[in-house]
Design a protein around this ligand. Structure first.
Ligand code: SF4
Length: 63
């Protein structure tokens, strides 16, 4: 599984980094970055949760 954040869409709410810090972290521009190449198996559920919870649907998950 891979995760992507659309930097043009992210509003920097921080929710994804709170829900799934294994995969998402806030950067200096106050948007979220994906910090892993592959989502670790144990973080797949929370990464999907983060994507579902993003208020502007900036997160894409690819299986
Ligand atoms: S939840 Fe969405 S809007 Fe909020 S920081 Fe993450 S990607 Fe950006």
């Amino acid at each position: 599984m891979k995760a992507f954040v659309d930097q043009e869409v992210c509003i920097g709410c921080g929710l994804c980094a709170e829900i799934c810090p294994e995969v998402f972290a806030m950067n200096d521009q106050m948007t979220a970055d994906v910090i892993v190449d592959e989502v670790p198996a144990e973080a797949e559920e929370s990464a999907q949760d983060a994507a579902d919870s993003c208020p502007v649907s900036a997160i894409t998950i690819e299986n």
